[in-house]
Structure formats: C-alpha cells, structure tokens
Design a protein around this ligand. Structure first.
Ligand code: GMT
Length: 383
C-alpha cells in the first residue's frame, strides 16, 4: 500500500484507547506511513524513534475567564494546522469524546480552505457504555459518529451496544484490539519469580486504572478466597481512585503480606511473564486489552462475561467467564485453572488465542479501511 499521512488523536495516558492508538501509530510508521500524533502530552507508549513519527502538542492556555480551558477548540485548531502544514490524508480519532466532535469541526474549517479531511472515529468502550450515554454528551456523540467518514468499534458487542443506545445512521466496522507478540511474550524471569514467590506460590495479577468499572474489590475478594485454599501472592498493577479502598480491604482481610500494589508500570510484560493467572472482574469491558496482554504472556484469564470479553476469553479454554460480582464462581474456576495438572494447558491455550490478535493480522485491516474511507470521500467530494 502506498504511503499515507495519518493524524492520530488520542488520550496520551495509560488507558486502553491511548495504548491502542499509540501502538497502531507506531506500527503504521514502521510500515512506511507517516504518522502525526496530536494530543496534549507525549503518549506514554510513544517510546521509540522513527523517521515517520511526529508528535504535535495541543496547547490550551488558561485565561482568568475560563474555569475550564476549552480543550476541544484547541484540539480542533491543532488538527487544522497539522492538516494544512503536513498535508494529512486522513485523521483517526480514538475515543469519541471529545475527539470526534473536534475532528468534525476541523473538517468543516478545512473545507473553507478547499481541503477534504476524512475522519475515522474508533469507539473504545466507556465513550459509549458509560460517558457517551450520559444526556450531557449523547447528542454530540450521536452527531459526531454519524458525521464521521468511517467508524470502527473494538468488538461486536460494542458495535451492538452503540446501535442499541444511539440513533446511528453510519456503518460500524469491527476491528478488534491487537497485540505485538514481539513485545508481549513470556520472558525468562526466574529470579524475579523467586523473589516474589519464594515458596513457589501461585502468582495472581491484575492490571487496570483502578476505576469503579474495574471492580477491583472483587479482585481482592477472589484472591482472598484462593489464598485460603492454596499458597498464593497477588500483584496489583496500576493506579486510580479505587486503590485506597482496595488497600484498606487487604488490611481488613489480613492479606497485606501476600499482596503488593506496584502502581503504574511501563514494563507490564515483565510481571506478566511470571504470572499464573490474570483477574478481570470488570463491570463493563468493551474488549479487555489488559487480558489480551496477559494471554500473550501465557497467562490464563478469569473474567466476567460482560461486553466484548466473550469475544476474547474462551470459556473453559483460555480461562473462564463468570457473572459480574460472582466471586464464588470466579474462585472455583480460578482454583481449577491453578491445579498443577490443568495450568500448562490453559497457559498454552491463552497464548494460542492471543496469536489470533497479532498486530500483523490487525494492522492490514486498518490500512484497507483507511484506503476505503479515503476513496469513498474522494468520490463524494464535489469538484
Ligand atoms: O477503561 C479502560 O480500561 C480504558 C479504556 C479507554 O478507553 O482508554 O479502555 C477501553 O478501551 C480499550 C482499548 O480499546 C479496551 O480494551 C477496554 O476494554 C476498554 N475499557 C472498557 O470498556 C471499560
């Protein structure tokens, strides 16, 4: 495919949508496309240099009148300037709020310069399932999805939920999350495993942004139950509003010596390399990228059966799925996986499943989608 110039708009933080956007941009740059990240700070995973990668910071200055500086306007202005100066062929926004409406505004401004800028919006999850549905955002979310030139969702379930809750007139293409198996693979870290689990305990891991939707209290409850049955340790990776409560819960349950909160980590794959089980008891999860990262490191998953998780985690094969909040069921299933006879099979199955989401399989789907959207937009442009 010939080189295209792509603007990528995302949240630069540790959230799943920012990770997907950044990894996608890096992979597109390696394929020879020119990628321009447009966001308010350097994306946390933008950790390598490539002659095709550019980063444009959105500056939004405060003013005494503004209690909340208007980020969306600053973003729209930056998209316009990057499109004009760099000659973007397409802009791809990740997470609808407020990126899709900012891109729509930029597109309208560019029209006055005689320029057509196709906009692709990728729906990631809470932009639809939690925040987007809120009446204070819904009309803008619906409008900007319908006005996008292309719309993708990260799972069939997210597509279904979008169509169910919003009046969508646009087609939605499902392109799932992906994984770089070169980076996320089981590494030999025996010394690390021995340091954390000196008596050969089973190692349970959870990673997230510790928001309410992740139900991290269920992680602690399931671990507490497992720990009553077999020697085990728990590593909690990430940070967020629920951390303090979860730490208190560990103190109340008397499991502090076997639980560690590691905070945000860059090299999650190193911890996953020594893990035996990953817990994802989320209330909502449009795909579950963190679970895919674990599976790529040969870690089976206990998750809920919500959202897009059944499209990733296969019941009884790569792990198990339980109803939201059913910690007893999660515990029983976890013990079944951790049984020494069963564990190697689940580990192998988890890896095999992860291979189906290898970036080399998903990247061409985005490339051909961009090509289709650019082509369609050309046809529609009046001369
Ligand atoms: O809640 C998060 O984990 C962050 C959130 C985001 O938008 O940054 O993640 C969502 O997007 C990920 C990448 O597409 C998905 O893998 C996550 O399942 C999804 N999170 C939720 O739906 C809660």
């Amino acid at each position: 495919m010939e080189q295209i110039k792509i603007g990528i708009v995302c949240y630069p933080t540790f959230g799943g949508s920012g990770v997907v956007a950044t990894e996608l941009g890096k992979a597109l740059a390696q394929e020879g496309h020119q990628v321009h990240f447009i966001t308010y700070s350097q994306p946390s995973r933008l950790d390598f240099l490539n002659e095709n990668l550019f980063y444009h910071e959105v500056e939004f200055r405060s003013y005494p009148l503004f209690e909340y500086p208007p980020y969306e306007l600053a973003l729209a202005s930056k998209i316009v300037s990057v499109a004009l100066n760099e000659g973007l062929d397409i802009v791809h926004v990740h997470y609808a709020i407020p990126h899709a409406s900012a891109a729509y505004m930029a597109k309208q401004i560019l029209k006055t310069h005689g320029i057509t800028l196709p906009v692709v919006t990728t729906l990631h999850g809470t932009d639809i399932t939690l925040v987007g549905k809120d009446a204070s955002y819904e009309p803008v979310v619906t409008f900007s999805i319908n006005e996008s030139d292309g719309v993708t969702a990260v799972s069939e379930d997210l597509k279904r939920e979008t169509l169910e809750h919003f009046k969508i007139t646009n087609e939605i293409e499902v392109i799932p999350n992906f994984i770089d198996l070169e980076k996320f693979k089981k590494q030999k870290k025996d010394h690390f495993k021995r340091a954390i689990c000196p008596e050969g305990e089973m190692l349970i891991v959870h990673t997230s942004n510790f928001r309410k939707v992740k139900r991290i209290q269920d992680v602690i409850k399931v671990f507490y139950n497992i720990h009553k049955e077999i020697p085990a340790k728990l590593l909690m990776i990430g940070d967020g509003p629920e951390r303090v409560l979860a730490e208190q819960q560990c103190r109340d349950l008397g499991i502090c010596n076997d639980t560690r909160f590691l905070g945000k980590l860059e090299a999650v794959e190193e911890v996953l390399s020594v893990a035996d089980l990953f817990l994802m008891p989320s209330e909502k999860e449009s795909f579950g990228l963190a679970a895919l990262e674990a599976m790529a490191c040969e870690v089976p998953v206990i998750s809920t059966n919500t959202g897009g998780l059944p499209e990733l985690n296969i019941q009884g094969v790569t792990g198990f799925l339980s109803n939201i909040g059913d910690v007893e069921d999660m515990t029983q299933k976890a013990l079944q996986i951790l049984d020494k006879k069963n564990l190697p099979v689940f580990k192998q199955n988890a890896l095999n499943r992860a291979k189906e989401f290898d970036i080399t399989k998903i990247l061409p789907q985005y490339e051909s989608y961009y090509a289709r959207v650019i082509e369609k937009t050309k046809v529609r442009t009046p001369h």
